[in-house]
Design a protein around this ligand. Structure first.
Ligand code: 16G
Ligand code: ZN
Length: 531
């Protein structure tokens, strides 16, 4: 590799025009698309080096700004096991992006030496992008970065984020997880879904009709691809399929934050099942409007409880014992936590915000279910769990156990274990609702959410706030937590916490209480303390 050419090229084609330092945050780098060309080129360089360091395993680079507005874009790297980039490398990414053009050469040379990277090792990078109009230009910048260091780049074009995670894992496990192609992905999920679904599509209150809000993002396109390949096993009407602006008044984040239906969808019959995904289809929300015109949301906490309860029953029906646990963050509604612990009697752990924390903790269980309230989540199965279920399916003399275990194996196939996947999660929820014969009202009736409110507070330096105990307790500034405690003590079922955002320059305040009015007041009172 001629490093000189790499940097001459970088300076000419992808000069660093931005002086402000940026950070590889919980969701990678994000910003205005026009400021990101040099970031993408440098992430192409970094992904190549990371691949070399991991003995040539495939590294993923996803170009997306998820639920952000259309002018934004972003990039995140996927490690060989399909996980988020290792924290040490997040730091290397931040450093690499912030050096000036003239420092770039010396910086990369030092990185190669410090990390003991063999420059002759082969290297493989998979790149995917969402459907923003500036994504192709940014994808080319990533590819140029890979090629500059003589790595192999495979461009998949438009993908959902979870599809790219799937592809990376398939490639690195020699197809044990599935075929590393877009068709392989559809085939794995559709085969499992249609086997589970059987021929009787309606069951009890479960009706085979779903209105799908694609957020004008990749989720809509890919849902249409699913439908082309499915045998009418799910009747889905796709809206916000790409004519409008991505995430504009639609999508999972809009529905969750605004607590209302997205625009671009017709007024349906009351109680019709509706679903929203976000711009890169790694978050999902269910909702409906009842006969009185009241909007009801079934968010990530709800999906987690539905899935965890169902899987626990499945374990019992197989006649085996596996430890199943649920992972949440502090944003999980207190009522959901109560329901899981007291009614479902499933252990719950709470971790800091960000997929990597949830995913990591979920691996502690035989079956780990994790979801953020915002709709991002999945289920991970240990090898032991998979093996035991397989044993029952193949060898049990109890026919009922055997049949349940076969069904369980299909459920595992339907789940994208590599990361939260809106479409896979949705197909799983559809499977469970169909099996139970439930409509959304019945699902909603399992517990009642505590009213809550989230606020953003602008402060001079959000990093003066540090937290512990999964972000539920403030360590600094000194005395702030005591003040919060005093305020919270005045509210029935009151709970509140504050934390610096990892994606925006704000402090977030969360509050819940017995009534909406009290939750709002509590949030404002705590907000004032932060100010
Ligand atoms: C990122 C995280 C998401 C988290 C959100 C919180 C990943 C892939 N995404 O989008 O899990 O909920 O940040 O944002 O980890 P905040 O720090 O601004 O509240
Ligand atoms: Zn997303």
């Amino acid at each position: 590799v001629n490093l000189r050419t790499v940097y001459a090229f970088a300076r000419e084609m992808y000069p660093k025009r931005v002086n402000k330092d940026i950070q590889y945050g919980t969701a990678g780098f994000r910003g205005k698309a026009e400021d990101l060309d040099y970031v993408m080129y440098r992430m192409g360089l970094l992904a190549t080096l990371r691949s070399r360091q991991t003995n040539g395993q495939v590294i993923g680079v996803m170009i997306t700004a998820s639920h952000n507005p259309e002018p934004d874009n972003g990039v995140k790297l996927i490690d060989p096991k399909g996980e988020m980039l290792e924290p040490r490398w997040e730091k290397l990414a931040t450093d690499l992006v912030n050096v000036s053009d003239s420092e770039l050469e010396a910086h990369v040379t030092k990185l190669i030496a410090d990390e003991n990277i063999s420059i002759t090792q082969s290297s493989h990078v998979f790149v995917g992008m969402d459907n923003r109009y500036h994504s192709p230009r940014l994808l080319k910048a990533v590819a140029d970065g890979v090629i500059a260091l003589k790595g192999c780049v495979k461009e998949f074009g438009i993908l959902t984020t979870p599809m790219l995670h799937y592809l990376v894992v398939c490639a690195n496990t020699r197809c044990a997880y599935g075929m590393p192609t877009e068709e392989g992905y559809y085939k794995k999920l559709i085969t499992a879904f249609e086997d589970l679904r059987g021929d009787t599509l309606d069951n009890g209150n479960y009706k085979n009709l779903l209105l799908f809000d694609g957020a004008n993002g990749v989720g809509a396109r890919k849902m249409l691809q699913f439908l082309k390949r499915m045998k009418n096993s799910l009747n889905v009407n796709v809206f916000n399929s790409g004519q409008g602006k991505i995430n504009h008044e639609c999508g999972a984040d809009y529905v969750k934050v605004q607590q209302c239906a997205p625009s671009g969808m017709p007024i349906a019959e009351p109680n019709t099942r509706c679903v929203s995904v976000d711009g890169d289809a790694d978050r999902v929300m269910y909702f409906f409007t009842d006969e009185n015109g009241v909007f009801h949301l079934l968010d990530g906490d709800r999906i987690a409880t539905l899935i965890a309860g169902y899987l626990m029953d499945m374990v019992k029906e197989c006649g085996i014992e596996l430890n199943l646990g649920l992972v949440q963050t502090a944003y999980a509604n207190g009522a959901s936590t109560n329901y899981i612990v007291n009614e479902l009697q499933i252990p719950v752990s709470c971790v800091p915000t960000g997929v990597k924390h949830l995913h990591h903790k979920a691996l502690d269980y035989d079956i780990g279910v994790y979801f953020e309230a915002n709709g991002h989540g999945t289920i991970v199965f240990s090898e032991k769990a998979k093996q035991e279920i397989k044993d029952v399916a193949e060898n049990s003399e109890n026919n009922q156990h055997k049949a349940s275990a076969s069904r369980f194996l299909k459920i595992i196939d339907l789940i994208n274990e590599t990361v939260g996947d809106a479409i896979s999660d949705m197909l799983l929820v559809e499977t469970i609702l169909q099996a139970k014969g439930w409509d959304l009202k019945q699902w909603l009736a399992t517990y009642t959410d505590l009213p809550n409110l989230q606020l953003k507070v602008k402060v001079q330096d959000r990093n003066v706030i540090t937290t512990t105990d999964a972000e539920r307790v403030c360590v600094t500034p000194n005395g702030l937590q005591d003040e919060i405690n005093k305020v919270v003590a005045n509210y029935k079922k009151g709970r509140s916490f504050v934390r610096p955002s990892g994606t925006e320059d704000v402090v977030r305040v969360y509050a819940e209480a017995a009534t909406k009015d009290e939750a709002d007041r509590l949030a404002y009172e705590v907000g004032v303390l932060v100010h």
